[in-house]
Design a protein around this ligand. Structure first.
Ligand SMILES: [Zn+2]
Length: 211
């Protein structure tokens, strides 16, 4: 083989290599764009309000419940790490009963991906009774709301096996608490443009994530 031939072969390899690199970069960035979450680094900012899609579907839930003559009240939305820590300390280092096993940063509430609901009666009194049937259709209003929530893509705490959390609805978009702690955040652009339901059931077991 002549030197010229070898040069041609090497040159050819270099060209092919460059093309492969360019294609790979494009494919990888495309995949990342389409994922429902993005990595923001370990110092990723903690959201300060409910995720916009969660908020939108919360409003839809309230509307759909109202159409069935059920008045829903949101008792808690986003919960700061500080508040979560205070709740965790309650019954452990501070007075009161233990109300949660979840530490700061380990609840979907801490990232604006969960909220809690209760009901209101016709006089505006808050109802915590899950068997209450205010619209008189023979079904528990509380469970009717849970069903609406699940159809909208929420996981409902009443379905958890280890610890039933009846007021709790969360939307995880397939992102685990571990990922959130590492600095992954919801890719709002992708989840907004996609109308399908995001239910974490298909991605991982949700029963371990309570309140
Ligand atoms: Zn909750």
């Amino acid at each position: 083989m002549t030197d010229k031939h070898q040069q041609h072969i090497i040159f050819g390899f270099i060209i092919v290599f460059i093309i492969v690199v360019i294609i790979s970069i494009n494919v990888i960035s495309k995949i990342q764009e389409e994922r429902p979450y993005i990595y923001h680094g370990k110092d990723a900012p903690i959201p300060t309000e409910l995720n916009p899609i969660v908020n939108e579907r919360k409003d839809t839930l309230i509307q759909k419940a109202a159409n069935k003559n059920i008045s829903v009240v949101i008792t808690e939305g986003i919960r700061s790490f500080k508040k979560q820590d205070e709740l965790y300390q309650q019954g452990r280092t501070t007075k009161g009963n233990i109300v949660t096993n979840t530490k700061a940063g380990e609840s979907y509430h801490n990232y604006g991906l969960a909220f809690d609901y209760a009901l209101l009666d016709s006089k505006g009194n808050i109802i915590w009774d899950t068997s209450y049937d205010g619209n008189g259709n023979g079904k528990s209003d509380w469970f009717e709301v849970a069903e609406i929530g699940k159809k909208l893509g929420f996981d409902w705490g009443g379905d958890w096996i280890s610890f039933k959390d009846y007021p709790h609805l969360q939307m995880t978009f397939g992102i685990s608490i571990e990922m959130l702690k590492k600095g992954y955040r919801i890719n709002d652009k992708v989840v907004k443009s996609n109308s399908t339901h995001y239910n974490s059931v298909q991605f991982f077991s949700y029963s371990e994530y309570s309140h």
